[in-house]
Each structure stands twice: as structure tokens, then as C-alpha cells.
Design a protein around this ligand. Structure first.
Ligand code: FA5
Ligand code: MG
Length: 416
């Protein structure tokens, strides 16, 4: 008898995510591989390329929107839980019940009530209800998709919302209004505007939105960047646009935006404001800015990737491809000579001299001085990686021993 036929795979009735337990049902389709991304928070890690891009965008908003005291008035929310209700992701944003974006083939559902957010817009209503008028939301979003150079089922978005009162919109003219008299939020209006809004309010909001986002594109890609606006549709904005930029001979969709549908505001208890909103993907921007060829690299824990971004957030970096073959990591500790100078750079040169191109990095990882003898110890981590093949630990050991031997004789260090 075949063993496999008598052992049934254990079917778990629940899934535990970020300390909460969710009962599975016929909607559950989230996999362990996807779950392993929750809580990684790569977009908040210092020096991560996504963190740099996020900071560049946030800094742009901080600079552009300041109050009379010169202080920024956008606030940033970057630790909102990626587990959201169907109400947050869809209903509160007026997404029709039969809209394809709700489909099980497009989203990761925990069950019929909860899913992994498919966009950062999912948090719009709750933050407005909390009383915020100008805010930015950043985080990881989840969509079922193929895995290739530009698609990954987990990516990151930055969303923003700006709400304005009549006085803020028309400070010098109190005859101008946001809302049409007898405004009817049920009527849908036209491609140009919602029925409830006055044309002048929409045009002024559109102008601020578009100049703000064109300014953002210039801030990211340089003053000379070519861009264009494409009319589009979102359930939660009307009118709606996409911003495309011309990059390396292609038009690239950067973001979606629009004038917020008024019932979203009304349902959140806001009756006297009009709003604009947008959502932009971080990976796409980072891939262009840094010439990162593959979206999977953002999840790399490989220091050969990460160390290239140990710069200030607005510094230019051009990513240099690291070999796909695995690293071999060996540490070397020694006492520094007491009778002559020692410089780390000497050791770096020596190591490179002996190891050649298979040495990818040498990093000083520990340094201490013995309290009694006064002797100082350094520990260097040498990361070996061949560009064309997988290194065998035994061949690395030979080189590593040789480096130790030559360091002892040439630099006068004492191997520990
Ligand atoms: C949205 O997600 C809307 N929530 C954006 C929005 C917010 C519109 C507020 C209006 C008001 P969309 O699915 O087009 O829209 O995604 C927005 C941006 O995320 C895209 O322009 C793109 O930059 C990025 N993006 C979308 N899908 C992917 C993907 N598979 N990989 C990488 N980036 C993506
Ligand atoms: Mg889109």
C-alpha cells in the first residue's frame, strides 16, 4: 500500500498573521510564501532603496506644503496594518460589488471578511474619519500576479489625500462655492466632474493636484522629464488621471489620481470639504532611479545589494549587478601590532591582492581593546563570491588561510 494515500495533508482551519487568528473559509487563498512577507517592513529600513524613494517623496510634500509658521502640514502614516476588511479595501471606496478587482484571482483573502490590502487607498476613510485633512500613507500591498522582472505579488505604494474647505480653496472670493446648489451626491455627473461639485472648485483642485504631481515627477527624475496625463477610471475618484513619464524610450505609468468621490467624504462625516488623492508605486520609481533590473532584488537580504544604498536618501546611485551565485562568508580576527601602525585599508588591499575578484566585500565588523593588555583586536568579515560559478567552501578556506598568513607576516598582526 502506498503510504501517501493513507496520509492526508493536515488542513488547517485557521491562519495566524501578525498575532491575530483568522478562521479560514472558502475565500481563503493566502499562501505561506506570501505570509512570510508580512512584517518585513523593508520600506522603513534605513538605507533600503524603497526607504530612500519614500523619503524623497515625503520630503517633497514636507517642503511644498507648509503652514504660516513654515511647518509641514502633511502627516505620514507608515505602520497601518496590511490586514484590512472588505469595507476598507472596497466598500468605503465605492467599489461596486461586482467589480473585477474584488475577485479571488486578484486578491489575497484571509477569509470572506478580511484580505491583504490591494492598495494603500484602503486606509483613506478611517484616517479622514479620525479628523485628518492632509495625510500620506505608505506600506506594502498585495496582489495576485505573475512573478517576473517587473511584477511581484507584494509591492509598495505611497498614497496621499488633501482636503480643502471653501475658504482654503477660494480665500479671496466668498461668492465662489465648492458645491452646486441643491447638490445631489447620488447623481454621477460627467467625465469632467461630479454633479455635486462646481466647475471652478474642480478646476482649481485639478490644477493643484496636477502641478503637485508634475513637481514630484520632476523632483524624482529631474526638471527635464517628459510627462503626460491620461484620463482613466477609478471607483473612488472622478475625474481620474494617470501620470506617465517618458523613461528610456517608454511611457511608464507612475501613479493614479483624481478628485475624490464626494460620498466617501460624506460617509466619513465630512460635509464641507473637497479632496484630491493619488497613489504611486515605490518599486517602479526605484527601479528607474537606481537602474535596478529586477523587482525581486528589493527583497534581497544580500549585502552585495543592500550595501550599494548606504548613502543619503537624495544621493544618486546606479546599481551594479551582483552575481547570482551564493556568497561564502568567512571571518578573520587578529590582534593589531603594538610596535607599528596598522590601517584597515592596508588589510583591504592585501586581501584583494590575494583573493582577487572573488572577494566581493571586506567589512570591519568588530573592534575592541583588551582592558589589561591594552591590545586592540579587529574582526573582518570577508565575503567571497565568484561571478561565474558557485564557490566551494574548501577552496575559499585555502584563500582565507593564505590571507591570514600573509597578514601576519606583512602587517605584523597576530591571528586569534
Ligand atoms: C491604485 O492602486 C489606486 N489605489 C491609486 C489611486 C489612489 C488612484 C488614490 C486615485 C486616488 P493602480 O492599481 O493603478 O491604482 O496602482 C497605482 C500605482 O501603483 C501604479 O501607477 C504603479 O505605479 C503602481 N503599481 C500598480 N501595480 C503594480 C505592480 N504590479 N508592480 C509595481 N507597481 C505597481
Ligand atoms: Mg493603474
Amino acid at each position: 500500500r502506498l503510504l501517501s494515500s493513507s496520509i492526508k495533508p493536515e488542513i488547517q482551519s485557521h491562519v495566524t498573521l501578525l498575532d491575530n487568528t483568522y478562521l479560514k473559509d472558502d475565500f481563503s487563498n493566502v499562501t505561506d510564501k506570501i505570509i512570510s512577507h508580512l512584517g518585513r517592513n523593508i520600506y522603513t529600513k534605513e538605507h533600503h532603496p524603497l526607504s530612500h524613494v519614500r523619503q524623497r517623496m515625503v520630503n517633497y510634500f514636507y517642503k511644498r506644503f507648509v503652514n504660516r509658521r513654515g511647518n509641514p502640514f502633511f502627516s505620514v502614516y507608515d505602520s497601518l496594518s496590511p490586514i484590512v476588511s472588505l469595507d476598507q479595501n472596497f466598500d468605503s471606496l465605492l467599489t461596486p460589488k461586482d467589480h473585477p478587482s474584488r475577485s479571488k484571482t486578484d486578491c489575497y483573502y484571509l477569509n470572506r471578511d478580511y484580505l491583504l490590502r490591494a492598495h494603500m487607498t484602503a486606509h483613506q476613510s478611517e484616517l479622514m474619519r479620525a479628523g485628518l485633512n492632509n495625510f500620506i500613507m505608505v506600506g506594502d500591498v498585495y496582489r495576485r500576479d505573475e512573478i517576473d522582472r517587473t511584477h511581484y505579488p507584494v509591492f509598495h505604494q505611497l498614497d496621499a489625500v488633501r482636503l480643502k474647505t471653501r475658504e482654503e480653496l477660494f480665500p479671496r472670493d466668498d461668492t465662489l462655492q465648492i458645491f452646486e446648489v441643491g447638490n445631489n451626491t447620488q447623481s454621477t455627473g460627467t467625465q469632467q466632474k461630479q454633479a455635486c461639485h462646481t466647475l471652478e472648485a474642480v478646476k482649481l483642485m485639478e490644477h493643484e493636484l496636477k502641478t503637485t504631481l508634475a513637481g514630484l515627477a520632476k523632483q524624482l527624475f529631474g526638471e527635464k522629464i517628459e510627462y503626460r496625463w491620461i484620463d482613466t477610471y477609478f471607483p473612488f475618484t472622478q475625474p481620474s488621471w494617470e501620470l506617465e513619464v517618458f523613461h528610456e524610450n517608454n511611457w511608464l505609468e507612475l501613479l493614479g489620481c483624481g478628485i475624490m468621490r464626494q460620498p466617501i467624504l460624506t460617509n466619513a462625516g465630512i460635509v464641507d470639504r473637497i479632496g484630491w488623492a493619488f497613489g504611486i508605486g515605490l518599486e517602479r520609481v526605484a527601479m528607474c532611479l537606481y537602474k535596478i533590473p529586477d523587482i525581486r532584488l528589493f527583497w534581497s537580504q544580500d549585502t552585495g545589494f543592500l550595501n550599494q544604498f548606504k548613502v543619503k536618501c537624495d544621493e544618486n546611485v546606479t546599481y551594479k549587478s551582483v552575481s547570482q551565485f551564493p556568497q561564502c562568508v568567512n571571518d578573520l580576527s587578529f590582534w593589531l601590532p603594538q610596535d607599528k601602525e596598522f590601517a584597515s585599508n592596508d588589510f583591504y588591499d592585501l586581501a584583494r591582492n590575494i583573493g582577487g575578484d572573488i572577494i566581493e566585500q571586506v567589512v570591519l565588523v568588530d573592534e575592541f581593546t583588551h582592558p589589561k593588555t591594552g591590545k586592540t583586536s579587529h574582526c573582518y568579515r570577508i565575503i567571497y563570491r565568484h561571478m561565474e560559478r558557485t564557490l566551494i567552501q574548501s577552496e575559499v578556506n585555502i584563500i582565507h588561510k593564505e590571507i591570514a598568513k600573509v597578514a601576519a607576516s606583512a602587517l605584523g598582526v597576530q591571528i586569534r
